[in-house]
Design a protein around this ligand. Sequence first.
Ligand SMILES: O=C(O)CCC(=O)C(=O)O
Length: 284
Amino acid sequence: MFSPSQMEQYRREGYAVYHDFLSPAEAAALRAELDAIAAGNTLASHDKTRMEMEPDQPPEGRLIRRLYEPCTHYPSFRALSDSAKLLDCVAQLLGPDLVFHYSKINMKPPHIGSVVEWHQDWSYYPLTNRDSVSILFYLDDAAVKNGCLQVIPRRHLGPLMDHTSGGFFRGRITAEVDESQALPLEGKAGSVIFMHCMTPHASVTNTSAQPRRTLILSYRAADAFPIYCGVMSTSADPHLRLVRGRWATAARVTETTIPVPRYETKIASLYELQAQARAAEQQA
Ligand SMILES: O=C(O)CCC(=O)C(=O)O
């Protein structure tokens, strides 16, 4: 459970860190499972429904950028997402009725691990209210040198920052980001960051020799309903689960304006969208 001061920190700063949430043995068991999941996959031959590879490697390269929906596909990750210890914390932040939204693992392998540019998660999946949290479990020790998460504190209470150019969603903040406000959140394997869906965040390329694997889960209050924006509004549906309380029968609407992502090309992952935006910017 969160202490009152951690709760206060989350509400004020838009994030809270729970150190040693997982024991060293629990974190090691999840890493061992990741090694087993990764085995045998290469850039040339991998299961595209479950993973995305780092693009800058030879065809036989084995570096995975992201695993999709581990809590749907693998029992140990599922058990963590259903655990009372975790859901008690989520309920403190979002209330008693909770929907599990999605899961992924960003692998950030040594020497190559892709950059994640500044963005706010709510821009990807607009909801009728802001009661959605992203939870990042560090499975390796994470520091600035291997691309730990960075956040801009206290920005979650304002409006959504612009993520568009030319009328299209770019998957990253296109307004100016005051990086002097950026706060790197370093932590040992087993530390967990609870981050408000409106908190701007990013992480740099991993140029170090240490991996930085991070499991990311998202939950929302049951009455935070998605705003329809095409196929992206329903792509998470197979993974949605009521994990506490009841399904809502009414949407709670706290916003008067809700920006909706409009995609210029085929819908792509965050990494691809951000890379497309960088390439377009360089050409302009
Ligand atoms: O892996 C990271 O450092 C951040 C990930 C993230 O923000 C995302 O995948 O949406």
